[in-house]
Design a protein around this ligand. Structure first.
Ligand SMILES: [Mn+2]
Length: 348
């Protein structure tokens, strides 16, 4: 496995030097953040990111994310041109040594939470989604300001997008995803890049917006759309794990054995009876996911892709980007390293 850590570029309060000091840290996961979706990434920016990371003794060989423009997901008039731009970005990344590119096909919002700094008894804070704070919201009627929602949209634009996706429906979204994959995967194959789709977070529809990268049957369907070693998953344990219907260790074992997991996001999640959930420390005892079983499944199937500790709590007085502090993610990386070492040595 290739241990990695997400870094938000120069605006990230965490330095590359600090990331390097986490034992076994190999790759920095990043993106070009000052380019809007649907635009070409300047080669100078990719080259600069690469040299910054390499100067700090790590590799820049994995990107998260190249965002997919809403007009591609909606299959609107300029979708073909936008897909061509996407292909060009794959080629440019490959030119600078990128081997894996993460993306998602979630309409409008990348993730949904109701609070980003819910305080636990021990004083740490984490991201949560509580249904009692969601259930009365109707984005078609109300102005909604949930944390993390793209502030670049006006409420009217959000309403327009939500109704367009409502009309498109799940099958329409599948059709547009298939069209996208059939164009990008041959380019990725040619460039030696694995495309890794991130599951929807949470993995079920919210506000009537279709969501399709959600469960085992749909992941099977996704992988069959283009049966290629470049058409892979970014298996996010926390995203899939916030629905009780997903048996995450089983899914990890199955897709890793197929060689179709390019990237693992390892994160814990604690489910409530009503489907609400809280993020927490990475350890098995901190939530519903058995991390030992997840790592064991990876080791026993010979997984050699990328791994990163996904969201951590804010601890030890750290402030910064919710979910993306240094300390708890570093603890997560150390824990994941330990699980891998134990599973590998115990493999016999
Ligand atoms: Mn994730």
């Amino acid at each position: 496995m290739k241990m990695s850590f997400r870094w938000y570029g120069e605006s990230d309060p965490i330095s590359l030097q600090y990331i390097r000091q986490i034992p076994n840290m190999r790759s920095v996961v990043s993106a070009i953040y000052d380019v809007a979706p649907g635009q070409v990434w300047p080669e100078e920016s990719i080259a600069k990111m690469k040299s910054q990371v390499e100067e700090n003794g790590m590799l820049f060989d994995i990107v998260e994310s190249i965002p997919v423009h809403e007009n591609i997901k909606l299959g609107r008039d300029n979708a073909d041109e936008l897909i061509e731009v996407y292909c060009e970005n794959i080629r440019r990344c490959a030119k600078y040594g990128i081997k894996c590119i993460t993306y998602n096909f979630m309409p409008v919002f990348d993730w949904t939470r109701t609070q980003l700094d819910k305080q636990a008894e021990d004083g740490s804070t984490s991201l949560v989604m509580y249904w009692d704070q969601m259930k009365d919201l109707d984005p078609l009627k109300d102005d909604i300001h949930l944390p993390g929602w793209d502030a670049s949209y006006t409420q009217d634009q959000v309403r327009e997008l939500i109704s367009a996706y409502g009309q498109l429906g799940e099958e329409g979204l599948w059709k547009n995803l298939e069209k996208f994959l059939k164009k990008i995967i041959p380019v990725a194959e040619e460039c030696g890049v694995k495309m890794a789709i991130h599951p929807d977070d949470p993995p079920y529809p919210i506000f009537g917006i279709p969501r399709i990268i959600t469960n085992e049957a749909n992941l099977d369907r996704f992988l069959k759309l283009v049966d290629s070693g470049s058409n892979c998953l970014c298996l996010c344990t926390g995203s899939l794990g916030c629905a009780a219907f997903n048996d995450v260790p089983k899914m990890v074992r199955k897709y890793s054995a197929m060689g179709r997991i390019a990237f693992m996001h390892i994160r814990q999640v604690k489910l409530m009876e009503d489907g609400s959930f809280e993020e927490n420390g990475h350890l098995s005892g901190c939530g519903n996911l058995d991390m030992y079983e997840i790592v064991k499944a990876l080791v026993e199937t010979g997984f050699d892709g990328y791994v990163r500790p996904d969201h951590g709590r804010m601890i030890w007085g750290e402030t910064g980007k919710a979910g993306y502090g240094l300390y708890d993610r570093a603890l997560g990386a150390a824990y994941i390293n330990g699980l891998f070492e134990a599973c590998e040595k115990g493999k016999a």
